[in-house]
Write a protein that binds this ligand. Structure first.
Ligand code: C2E
Ligand code: MG
Ligand code: MG
Length: 566
């Protein structure tokens, strides 16, 4: 059964009467005035103005054909040719048989004969025409999403616009709900379970939205739009949702993020309101928790900033604004500290904004693929640097580069890396590849395959940020990796409690079990360094020993070390 918004909420339709004769206008107006809101026009030009201004709320036009300035025929032609107006039903008013035929040919849906006789017949025809037009309109949309029973997007957006017209004062919120990494739910638990998750969320939404006379749709496979009266506390909203979701699915690993445009501006397009809510929602896309973000000006400005960085990336590359810094890695197992390598970390030296750190632009470039270009630049620079140091100091200082999850999807990654190494007459073992742990969990099959090939051709691969993702011991044991880089959060907490220290020991035990070394990064303090040394960590990297530095300063460190070793 189709749902007709105007019918359901008993909304008075608007009918436009167009006639140059005042007597005719008044007769019809009096006749239908108790059932409809009536608007009037004296000729085609006036009528067109009204139609253009009120197209979305107008239900019918009653149109005289013979009029000065612009005739009913001309108006019919204009309306029929306009994609936005052609659905508007027009009933022609005429006494002439020939005109009757012509008007129907031009797109009128019906004709009422002049002079007007049986009033009941006229009103019945008007009601019927409006009903039919509304039904056909609804049928042209796929009204409901077949899986969840919520509205489909096109339909929903129309209802929101109509809702606003008839509920002028109520403050409303535009809400976007998205399931984070939904593709993983399908991959890990199967499509049937994925559908069950979607249905569970939709059931909760239907219930909540129903309580407040709101509206909701599923607009993408894993995204829902809600239009609800302003909710003062979205934390409570989220708590209620989380409780329902966990009770019904028993699953606590699926994360939902919610973005809200609160108290929407009615002058703004409906779609624009949902763009704002989506922006807010997307801010938390890297989170592993349920989260709510309310759109505000800050988010807008950040978005403008992000756009600016994306726009400027290409020219910044050409102008040489991206610089590679190197942070030394120290082996600490021996008595004396010794540089055993470095990590290449990119910096954007921006002429107006100063030095921008990669935490600002790397995630951004990962979203649109720009990261591939940047990474290739960093890898090439690094290879040149390894070669320079080998020539200058007669030894290889292995430098690790970061390989983004996006790079892994690139078909010729292995060949490209090999090409860079070959161009500098290096060995593949001199450039180490760091891949963040969550990249393994996001796309494990392709990852394992690519990493295995990389290792086969001689590259060493380190798992970066270990402990921030979700690898299981089973998974770790089967992964092809050469070192674990402990996530910085562990190091930060190492001296907080015995339990935190035990956690780090546990990681070191895992590494021993896998027969690979552990690298601790983010070591800022003497006592962190000491604790790591005491529990048998192999390599450390951190501000305590050195910040990431330009290559010429890195050379000083090498030279100092060489001098002190005699
Ligand atoms: P990461 O690969 O885990 O790199 C370590 C980050 O920790 C670096 O941040 C480094 O400057 C910072 N760090 C090192 N020691 C300390 C310390 O003692 N305390 C604190 N608080 N931080 C420390 P940076 O350079 O801002 O890079 C951030 C992230 O951006 C990197 O994390 C990496 O994921 C990414 N990244 C950096 N350069 C590149 C690149 O060329 N390509 C790609 N794809 N990603 C990169
Ligand atoms: Mg790294
Ligand atoms: Mg790291």
């Amino acid at each position: 059964m189709q749902f007709n918004y105007r019918r359901e909420f008993n909304i008075r339709r608007k009918v436009l009467i167009v006639d140059d004769e005042i007597m005719n206008r008044n007769f019809l107006g009096d006749l239908i005035g108790k059932d409809f809101d009536v608007l009037y026009a004296e000729n085609g030009v006036q009528a067109l103005e009204v139609i253009n201004a009120k197209a979305s709320t107008l239900s019918l036009v009653l149109l005289d054909l013979e009029m000065p300035v612009m005739s009913g025929f001309d108006l019919l032609e204009v309306v029929h040719k306009d994609d936005n107006l052609k659905h508007l039903p027009v009933i022609a008013l005429t006494s002439d048989k020939k005109s009757e035929v012509k008007s129907l040919q031009l797109g009128a849906v019906d004709v009422i004969q002049k002079p007007y006789d049986l009033p009941e017949l006229i009103t019945a025809r008007i009601h019927r025409t409006i009903e039919l037009a509304e039904d056909t309109m609804l049928l042209s949309y796929n009204e409901r999403d077949s899986l969840t029973g919520l509205y489909a997007k096109g339909f929903f957006l129309q209802y929101v616009a109509q809702h606003d017209l008839y509920n002028v004062g109520d403050p409303m919120d535009a809400v976007v709900i998205n399931i984070n990494r939904f593709h993983l739910v399908n991959e890990l638990y199967g499509r049937a379970y994925g559908r069950y998750v979607l249905k569970t969320i939709a059931d909760w939404i239907s219930y909540e939205v129903g309580k407040y006379d709101g509206l909701a749709c599923r607009c993408d496979p894993d995204t829902f739009y809600l239009y609800i009266p302003h909710c003062p506390d979205y934390e409570i909203f989220m708590e209620k949702f989380t409780k329902y979701f966990c009770e019904n699915t028993g699953n606590q690993r699926i994360n939902i993020r919610v973005g809200v445009d609160c108290n929407v501006d009615r002058n703004m397009d409906v779609e624009q309101r949902y763009e704002r809510a989506s922006l807010a929602c997307n801010r938390m896309r890297h989170s592993y928790q349920n989260s709510v973000t309310i759109y505000n000006n800050d988010i807008h400005e950040k978005e403008v900033f992000r756009e600016r960085l994306i726009m400027e990336m290409d020219s910044a590359m050409l102008k040489g604004q991206f610089k590679v810094f190197y942070q030394p890695k120290y082996a600490i197992a021996e008595k004396n500290l010794k540089i055993c390598g470095a990590e290449a970390l990119v910096r954007w030296v921006h002429p107006d904004l100063g030095i921008i750190n990669p935490t600002v632009f790397v995630p951004l470039f990962e979203e649109n693929g720009l990261i591939q270009k940047l990474d290739r630049f960093v890898w090439a620079e690094t290879a040149v640097q390894i070669r320079k140091w080998r020539d200058k100091y007669g030894k290889v200082i292995p430098v690790s580069v970061n390989v983004s999850r996006v790079d892994i999807t690139c078909m010729d990654l292995v060949e490209e890396l090999q090409g860079i190494i070959k161009a500098n007459s290096l060995d593949t073992s001199t450039m180490v590849l760091e891949i963040t742990e969550s990249a393994y969990t996001d796309n494990s099959d392709q990852m394992i395959e690519t990493v295995s090939t990389l290792r086969k051709v001689g590259f060493r691969v380190e798992m970066d940020d270990f402990g921030s993702g979700y690898s299981s011991l089973n998974m770790l044991a089967s992964l092809p990796i050469d070192a674990l880089k402990l996530d910085m959060e562990f190091v930060k907490k190492i001296n907080n409690s015995e339990k935190d220290l035990q956690m780090v020991k546990l990681v070191i035990d895992i590494a021993r079990f896998l027969k690979i070394p552990v690298i601790a990064e983010g070591v800022e303090l003497e006592n962190q360094y000491q604790a790591l040394k005491d529990i048998g960590c192999d390599v450390v990297q951190g501000f305590y020993l050195s910040r990431p530095i330009p290559p010429e300063i890195f050379e000083k460190l090498i030279e100092n070390e060489e001098q002190s070793n005699g």
